[in-house]
Design a protein around this ligand. Structure first.
Ligand code: ADP
Ligand code: ASP
Ligand code: MG
Length: 418
């Protein structure tokens, strides 16, 4: 069997869903289709959540807009009177009821209960369209099957609890194609969870690992994995083959095209990952697989935006390494902070982390008893793998460099936002 994943950049209107159908209809093997929320629906639902959490009734208008968007996509795909519209209506009403009735719990919990609806709506529409156009497809609810811990907004799979359930649900006894949700899961207690922004790629990899897929294809709005984000460096070129190792380094440094957690479950079972163009499905794209000789010889540029660099110094002037380091990292993990770079000297530790302000502030609060901490916000991390002097010059000219870190294969700069 194989796993295909379609993200919001591809599936955002009726035309996108027709292309998805075309791509899926060419598959001869059993297929699991993982779908994210349409277009920018996740961002829009985050706005609904924030407005609702603030007690502002305007959340209703925001939700109405999202509902109209989905009904209009459905309107373009199905004849009037089709049951999909009522399914969508029922699902929106369920969310409306939830928003009317509940007392607000903490942000991360409510995030998962509310924002997860995007993937429910998209998969209802996609599954129905495949069925209505003659394909043998079933909608599968991933909740209750992909079981996670209860770290809401950043949940991770519980393998033992998920494996048997996933194998039972996706057994291909009654269908050739399953359409299911990326990004979401549920805790043992049955509460909906999410795997972190952009997490649908990760879902595809988890299902592929459990179901022993032959390959995974993520369909994107780019021709494959490129040596830079084309929105940043417009002359970026496609990499034909990339090793798991290279891919994990690239995505961890910030190449947003694939979620960084996607690689491990695939590497562990030697399942190749193809990154292919949604708009040119016959073209080769990129394959990510076990160690391949580095063929391209190109520098690979990666930019990670919205970073904060914190400089931490023990108040008692003790060495940074050793116990202080372990204390700091205990707090990092406790606050659910993602560290992207660490640099230490005798009594100073610099860490570059994602700018998740609420988490950063409570982290710094907790540090303050033992450490003094100063931070620079509005910084970016620029990385180059297989760097050359020209490559470095290209991206650092005119930038204020706050920190530089170099190994034989890569160089990273923390710079102030341009
Ligand atoms: P989806 O959510 O639809 O799966 P994304 O928008 O998350 O897709 O990923 C595709 C985007 O990733 C591209 O539009 C491109 O701007 C960006 N991107 C960042 N780095 C790279 C890279 N190295 N190669 C290709 N695309 C990249
Ligand atoms: N819909 C989610 C997001 O926008 C998950 C994903 O697209 O992978 O983050
Ligand atoms: Mg994405």
């Amino acid at each position: 069997m194989i796993v295909y994943k379609f993200g919001g950049a591809s599936v955002k209107d009726a035309n996108g869903i027709k292309i998805l159908r075309e791509i899926v209809s060419n598959v001869k093997e059993n297929l699991v289709v993982v779908v994210s929320a349409f277009g920018k629906t996740t961002n829009a639902l985050e706005m609904v959540l924030k407005t609702w959490m603030a007690g502002d009734e305007n959340y209703k208008d925001l939700l109405d807009d999202i509902c109209s968007y989905h009904l209009s996509v459905a309107g373009d795909l199905f004849p009037s009177g089709n049951s999909v519209r009522s399914k969508i209506d029922v699902s929106f009403s369920k969310l409306e009821e939830y928003l009317k009735a509940t007392k607000r719990r903490d942000y991360d919990y409510e995030y998962d209960q509310i924002v997860s609806y995007g993937e429910i709506w998209s998969t209802i529409i996609v599954a129905a369209f495949l069925q209505d156009t003659g394909l043998k497809a079933e909608w599968a609810d991933i909740r209750g099957n992909l079981i996670t811990d209860d770290r809401f907004r950043d949940a991770d799979i519980l393998w033992n609890e998920s494996t048997a359930r996933i194998k039972r649900v996706f057994d291909f006894k009654t269908t050739d194609i399953y359409v299911t949700q990326g990004f979401i899961g549920s805790s043992i207690a049955g509460q909906t969870t999410t795997l972190g922004r952009e997490g649908s790629d990760y879902t595809a990899a988890l299902l592929a690992n459990i179901l022993e897929a032959e390959r995974v294809v993520v369909w994107k709005d780019v021709p494959g994995l490129l040596n830079a984000d084309p929105r940043w460096l417009s002359d970026a070129s496609r990499l034909e083959e990339v090793s798991y190792r290279e891919a994990v380094e690239m995505t961890f440094s910030g190449a947003k095209v694939i979620h960084p957690k996607t690689i491990k479950p695939l590497q562990n079972k030697s399942i190749p990952l193809y990154v292919k163009s949604f708009l040119a499905p016959d073209e080769a794209g990129t394959v990510i697989k076990s160690e391949t000789a580095l063929k391209h010889g190109l520098p690979v540029f990666v930019k990670k935006e919205n970073q904060i660099m914190i400089s931490i110094v023990p108040k008692d002037f003790s060495f940074a390494m050793g116990e202080n380091l372990s204390r700091i990292f205990y707090l990092v993990i406790h606050h659910g902070i993602k560290v992207n770079l660490v640099e230490a000297s005798a009594i100073n530790i610099d860490v570059c982390i994602d700018d998740d302000r609420a988490r950063v502030e409570s982290f710094i609060d907790d540090l303050s008893a033992e450490f003094s901490a100063a931070y620079n916000d509005n910084v970016e991390m620029l990385s180059i793998r297989h760097y050359t002097p020209e490559a470095i010059e290209r991206i650092t000219t005119g930038r204020e460099i706050l920190l530089e870190q170099r190994t034989r294969s890569s160089v990273r700069f923390v710079v102030r936002k341009a």
